[in-house]
Design a protein around this ligand. Structure first.
Ligand code: GLA
Length: 382
C-alpha cells in the first residue's frame, strides 16, 4: 500500500517516524476558468492524493524526499534559499507563504508520494501545496484557518511556480468533503457543500494522455482578455470588479470597444457563470439531464469561444455524444488532460470500451480511464 511504501521510505531516509497526512486532487463539475473571474465553481476532492510523512527536525534546514522523483532536497527557509528542483519549489513556496503570513515554521524532514496522474488536469500541484500547508500548520501550531492554507497554496503558484491560477484547486483540495461538491464563491470564498447525488450515474474521467505546452502562456492571456473586458465595462460601471459582476447588457455596451477575441472569451465566462447556477439547482433537484446538457454547452464554449480545448479532447467529447453519455466536457486549465463525463451506469462499459478503441485508432494513444469518487480534503491520517 502507498502509505506503507511512504512510511518505510521515511524511516530509511530519516531513521525515525513522523506524522502522516493526505491531500487530494480535484474534479470540477462545472465553472471552468471562472475562479479568477470571481464567480462560482463546483469542484470536489477525489480519491487520489498526495501522501506526506513529516516531523520537525529541530534545525533551521529542511530535508524533503520525493519518492516519485527518487530525490532528496535540502534547503533553508529564507527567501534566498529557494532550491533548484522544480518539484521542491512547491514545498519551499508553501513554507515561505506560511512564514509571510506569520507562521513560525522551522526545519522539517518530510517524504511524500502520490497517485494523482500528472498532467491530467487533476491538480496534483495543488494537492502537494495543500498537504504541506495543512501539515506545517499543525506541526508548528501556526493556528491558520483552512482558508489561509488554500491561499498559501495559491500564493505558492503565483510566487514560486509562476502560474497566476485562481483559488479553486487549492480550496477543493483543502475543503473537500466525502460525497459532496463545493459550491464556492471565488470572489468572497464563501461556500456550501452540495451533495453529489448521481443516482444511477457515474463520473468518469477520460484522460487524453496529451498535454500541449503552448509557448505563449495561454492561461495568463485568457486572464488578460477577461481583465480587458472588465476594464472597459468598469469605465461605465465603476462597481464592476470582475466578470462575475457583469450582465449581458453591460457586455453589449462594450462589444464595439474591445477586441472580438477578448469579447468572445468574456461571452464564454459570463455564460459559464450562469450555467454553474443552473447546474447547482439541477443537481439539488436530481435533474441530471439538465446537468449533462450544461456540461456539453460548457465544452462548446471552451472549444469555440475560450479556445482552450484541442483536437484529442474534442474527439473524446464527440465519442461521449456518440455513445450516449449524458454530459461531457474538457476539465481544468485546458490544452489536453481529461474530459469529465456524467455517464449512466448501463452505458458506461460500452462508452469506455468503444471510446478507447476509437481514440486509439485515431491518435495511436490508449486513453486512461479514472472512475472517480468524491472524497474528503486535506487531513491527518495517523
Ligand atoms: C487551473 C487553475 C485553476 C482554474 C482552472 C480552470 O486548474 O489552477 O485556478 O483557473 O485551471 O478552471
Amino acid at each position: 500500500m502507498i502509505i506503507d511504501q511512504l512510511h518505510s521510505a521515511f524511516e530509511k531516509q530519516f531513521g525515525a517516524s513522523g506524522t502522516l497526512y493526505a491531500s487530494p486532487g480535484r474534479i470540477n463539475l462545472i465553472g471552468e476558468h471562472v475562479d479568477y473571474n470571481g464567480g462560482y465553481v463546483l469542484p470536489g476532492a477525489i480519491d487520489k492524493a498526495i501522501y506526506l510523512e513529516i516531523r520537525a527536525n529541530g534545525t533551521s534546514k529542511s530535508r524533503v524526499l520525493s519518492i516519485d522523483f527518487n530525490e532528496v532536497v535540502e534547503f533553508g527557509l529564507d527567501e534566498a534559499d529557494k532550491p533548484q528542483q522544480t518539484w521542491a519549489h512547491y514545498v519551499f513556496g508553501v513554507a515561505r507563504e506560511l512564514i509571510k503570513r506569520g507562521g513560525k515554521i522551522q526545519g522539517f524532514d518530510a517524504a511524500f508520494v502520490g497517485n494523482i496522474p500528472l498532467g491530467a488536469g487533476l491538480s496534483s500541484s495543488a494537492a502537494l501545496e495543500s498537504v504541506f500547508a495543512f501539515a506545517l500548520n499543525e506541526l508548528f501550531a501556526c493556528g491558520f484557518e483552512k482558508k489561509d492554507l488554500a491561499l498559501a497554496g495559491q500564493g505558492t503558484e503565483h510566487n514560486y511556480a509562476g502560474v497566476k491560477c485562481g483559488i479553486m484547486d487549492q480550496f477543493a483540495s483543502v475543503f473537500g468533503k466525502k460525497g459532496n461538491l463545493i459550491r464556492l464563491n471565488c470572489g468572497t470564498l464563501e461556500y456550501e457543500y452540495v451533495p453529489c447525488l448521481l443516482g444511477n450515474h457515474r463520473l468518469v474521467l477520460m484522460d487524453s494522455c496529451v498535454k500541449h505546452t503552448l509557448v505563449d502562456s495561454p492561461y495568463d492571456r485568457r486572464r488578460e482578455s477577461c481583465e480587458k473586458v472588465v476594464e472597459a465595462i468598469a469605465k461605465k460601471h465603476p462597481q464592476v470588479r470582475w466578470l462575475a459582476d457583469v450582465t449581458w447588457d453591460m457586455m453589449k455596451e462594450v462589444q464595439g470597444e474591445v477586441s472580438a477575441e477578448d469579447y468572445k472569451r468574456a461571452v464564454y465566462i459570463v455564460g459559464e457563470i450562469e450555467r454553474v447556477e443552473l447546474v447547482c439547482s439541477a443537481l439539488k433537484k436530481g435533474d441530471l439531464a439538465e446537468v449533462g446538457r450544461n456540461m456539453y454547452i460548457t465544452h462548446d464554449g471552451l472549444r469555440d469561444d475560450f479556445e482552450v480545448s484541442c483536437e484529442e479532447i474534442d474527439f473524446l467529447n464527440e465519442c461521449a455524444k456518440k455513445y450516449g453519455v449524458l454530459g461531457s466536457r474538457i476539465m481544468g486549465g485546458g490544452y489536453g488532460g481529461c474530459t469529465i463525463n456524467l455517464v449512466a451506469k448501463d452505458v458506461c462499459d460500452n462508452f469506455i470500451e468503444k471510446t478507447k478503441q476509437d481514440y486509439h485508432a485515431k491518435f495511436g494513444i490508449m486513453p486512461k480511464v479514472y472512475d472517480v469518487k468524491v472524497e474528503d480534503g486535506a487531513r491527518r491520517i495517523a
